[in-house]
Ligand binder design. Structure first.
Ligand SMILES: Cc1cc2nc3c(=O)[nH]c(=O)nc-3n(C[C@H](O)[C@H](O)[C@H](O)COP(=O)(O)OP(=O)(O)OC[C@H]3O[C@@H](n4cnc5c(N)ncnc54)[C@H](O)[C@@H]3O)c2cc1C
Length: 355
């Protein structure tokens, strides 16, 4: 069986981002790479959105970007600007196409459906397939989004809605998220932060229909795309193994308080690429411990007091939007962290330290 210098297990967001980064920096000229991906075909299956904190390789896959957004709780709306860090939505269909076209040019890169097809004994493995053990917390961000199209101009495409908490909470944390791609098209997503043991929040279609018709007041629309998913708000198992690094969600690249992962994956890919010659001896790349600690407290509060979360998110955004965006994107300084912490209900958060 054939051997390769490198193996990427899982050709999704993290696996392909890494392969692309290595390829454009000519790290695969004299090295061989096998990408193991079971899917039959690549088609659009996700929309990755994030505040653009730094340049990345996929500006040409951006479907739309915004410089203004809102956050709502019942009877209150906060209008915010994000001119310094525009919010971008990457179309996964364009992302897969761009990367696969580039990788095809290099004969040193091969695709397989199963790891059993090759000899992996002497390879360095980048693994993006998470091992999820039932965590003590078992908290997930689970959601369903539909792209709707209207005949008339119904959306203001200059401004997106990050979180609308003016909806039923069912003793959990629930909000709607609306990304208007044009005046006639928008992604409307119902999002829950909760345990997903019983499925009682999974009547997504009904939730979206109700929101679109009674909240956005749209009657004539059609659904042209749908995506559904769940992001673990805990770290998958990461066993230290010689000649193996976990990447993507499996590698702890999800910010647990928000689910944002895409830009962390890009940063991790750059880090691996810069250190590829000495990768087995390189220190593990992690989201800063500061955010791991703060997110842990945040999630303890969320679990214990879901009813307070709409207010907590709303208050967080009463800081300057630049501060909050930097905080949520792991780029805040000490003073900015302090500003965020001071907006939180102190006794609730201090008590959470001892849960
Ligand atoms: C619907 C959805 C929307 C999201 N939106 C956002 C967003 O807006 N912003 C953001 O920052 N993050 C978002 N995320 C979170 C995160 O960015 C994505 O989950 C991202 O795809 C994670 O990349 P990954 O490579 O870790 O996992 P994936 O992209 O899921 O890639 C893993 C790959 O492994 C393959 N695989 C599975 N089993 C095996 C196996 N046994 N062997 C080999 N390969 C295997 C899968 O087919 C898949 O292609 C979203 C997640 C989902 C599910």
């Amino acid at each position: 069986m054939k051997e390769f210098d490198y193996i990427i297990l899982g050709g999704g967001c993290a696996g392909l981002s890494l392969a692309y980064e290595l390829e454009i920096h000519e790290k695969l000229k004299n090295k061989t790479l096998a990408i193991i991906e079971p899917r039959e075909e690549y088609k659009k299956d996700k929309t990755w959105s994030f505040w653009r904190m730094f340049p990345h390789n996929f500006d040409d896959c951006v479907k739309k970007s915004w410089k203004n957004f809102t956050i709502n709780i019942p009877k209150k709306t906060n209008h915010l600007e994000c001119t310094n860090y525009p919010y971008q939505s990457v179309d996964s269909g364009l992302f897969y196409e761009k990367i696969n076209n580039k990788l095809k040019e290099n004969k040193n890169i091969s695709f397989f459906k199963d790891l059993k097809e090759i000899n992996s004994k002497n390879s360095f493995v980048f693994n993006s397939v998470p091992t999820i053990k039932k965590d003590y917390r078992n908290l997930w961000q689970h959601f369903c989004g539909v792209e709707i199209e209207t005949q008339k101009n119904c959306f203001d495409d200059e401004i997106f809605n990050l979180m609308d908490f003016d909806c039923e909470q069912r003793e959990s944390v629930h909000f709607f998220y609306t990304l208007p791609y044009s005046k006639t098209r928008a992604l409307v997503e119902t999002t829950w932060l909760s345990k997903i043991n019983d499925g009682s929040q999974k009547d997504y279609d009904e939730q979206i229909k109700n929101y679109v018709e009674n909240h956005l007041n749209l009657k004539n629309y059609k659904i042209i795309y749908k995506e559904e998913g769940a992001i673990p708000l805990f770290y998958p198992i990461y066993e230290k193994e010689k000649n193996k690094i976990n990447i993507g969600t499996a590698g702890g690249m999800t910010r647990l308080s928000t689910g944002y992962t895409f830009l962390n994956i890009q940063e991790h890919s750059k880090f691996i690429c810069q250190n590829i010659e000495n990768i087995s001896k390189t220190k593990r790349f992690e989201i800063s411990r500061k955010y791991q600690f703060l997110d842990d407290i945040f999630l303890r509060v969320l679990e214990k007091h879901p009813e307070s979360m709409p207010d907590i998110f709303f208050k967080m955004f009463q800081n300057s939007p630049k501060t909050v965006i930097k905080f949520l994107s792991n780029k805040s300084n000490f003073l900015e962290d302090l500003n965020i912490i001071l907006k939180m209900p102190k006794s609730t958060f201090i008590k959470a330290l001892f849960y």
